[in-house]
Design a protein around this ligand. Structure first.
Ligand code: NAD
Length: 360
């Protein structure tokens, strides 16, 4: 759908940095958050891109998100380190946690880094890509604290968050293999995008407040609220449970239950436990060749030539290439909400209009 709101990535980067500067972020914080959000749009995950800004600005004004804060080490046990995110921008706290994890993995060959109490850490693939760029494999278990949106298998109301799992494997030549998804049938942000666009979601993703199957994304945005379902029925539910425990409990953070329920839908807090492995520490000289042989093998499966078989991470890599060339499209309703957030943060109307006029 062509809306006319299509921006170059660097325009959006400058816009987000300016918006956050007005909100009170130091330049480095604004740069890290902007890079993360625009990267999510470039990867094709608009649910975790600049469309998050209205929610972040509301969380800030409600006193949940804390500006210019940093992660602090709570316990350093050598290869295992636990950090408190101190309600900082997740894009800052997770950046610091992952940088430390990479340093530890360089030192020890493997590392586990647990981050609790961080504001929304966004698209988890971004953190995995940092590990892959450093040459490492990583596995990320994430929970969303006290923000129930997903029903347990067999249940009729929401009990936990969209708890993503992410795994990356760096390839010598080519984009890393990247598994990165919510354990809900679709990410919550995708219901927001569908709701803004006025389109239904696929079968098997949502139930209404009566526990009945529905395609209406509005059930996640207009009370009485329904719930997302887990992907792959009991299998997704089992994975979501382990993301909740490894992400929320093992990290020294919190799991979702009556005592931890958030009062605001904009207060999104994540905990993440990350395992980082140096592949060179394994006795596997054939590892890259075996990987490429497998990829060639699966891609050779008979298929419609118009729809090539992809490997995990390829969808994002292709989107990145296309969107760097053709720009990032935002629907009118999302851009309007982002503009209102910019004004609320203190951006003058004239500056917002100047950015809007830079659409392609
Ligand atoms: N911070 C949070 O609280 C939070 C919560 C939930 C989700 N998220 C993020 O939301 C984003 C979107 O999650 P989602 O569940 O909508 O993801 P999704 O359903 O779009 O799945 C993405 C995954 O599927 C792979 N994929 C896509 N098409 C493929 C194909 N044809 N062949 C092989 N693999 C393919 C991608 O490479 C990627 O690994 C993720 O980046 C996730 O980290 C964050």
């Amino acid at each position: 759908m062509q809306t006319g709101f299509r921006f170059q990535a660097d325009t959006l980067q400058a816009f987000v940095e300016a918006l956050l500067g007005y909100a009170g972020s130091e330049p480095e914080e604004a740069r890290l958050v902007a890079d993360h959000l625009v990267s999510a749009n470039l990867a094709g995950h608009d649910s975790h891109g600049v469309g998050m800004l209205p929610s972040y600005i509301r969380s800030l004004s409600q006193g949940y998100l804390q500006l210019n804060q940093h992660a602090s080490v709570v316990k350093d046990a050598g290869a295992v380190v636990t950090l408190n995110g101190n309600s900082a921008f997740g894009q800052v706290a997770a950046h610091e946690a992952i940088q430390l994890g990479i340093e530890k993995a360089r030192q020890f060959g493997l590392a586990a880094v647990a981050l609790n109490n961080a504001h929304h850490i966004g698209r988890i693939g971004y953190w995995a890509e940092k590990c892959a760029a450093a040459g490492f494999i990583s596995i990320h278990f994430v929970n969303v604290v006290g923000d129930p949106m997903v029903a347990p298998f067999g249940g009729k109301d929401s009990r936990f968050g969209t708890n993503p799992l992410c795994v990356v494997f760096p390839r010598k030549d080519g984009a890393p293999l990247l598994l990165d998804y919510a354990t809900s049938a679709i990410a919550f942000g995708k219901t927001r995008v569908a709701w803004h666009k006025g389109i239904p979601v696929a079968d098997g993703c949502l139930i209404d407040n009566q526990g009945l199957s529905t395609n209406d994304p509005g059930v996640m945005h207009v009370p009485p609220l329904g719930a997302l379902l887990t992907f792959a029925q009991h299998k997704g539910y089992a994975l979501a449970t382990l993301c909740e425990i490894l992400g929320g409990a093992l990290s020294g953070g919190k799991t979702t239950h009556q005592d931890t329920l958030q009062k605001s839908v904009d207060a999104i807090f994540n905990c993440m436990t990350t395992i980082i492995l140096n592949p060179d520490m394994f006795d596997a000289p054939d590892m890259q060749h075996q990987t490429e042989a497998f990829i060639d093998w699966v891609k050779a499966s008979p298929h419609d030539p118009a729809q090539p078989i992809q490997v995990p991470g390829e969808w994002e890599a292709n989107n990145r290439q296309t969107r760097l060339e053709q720009g990032i499209e935002l629907d009118e309703s999302s851009w309007k909400a982002i503009g209102q957030a910019a004004l609320a943060a203190g951006m003058p109307q004239a500056e917002l209009e100047a950015f809007t006029s830079r659409k392609m």
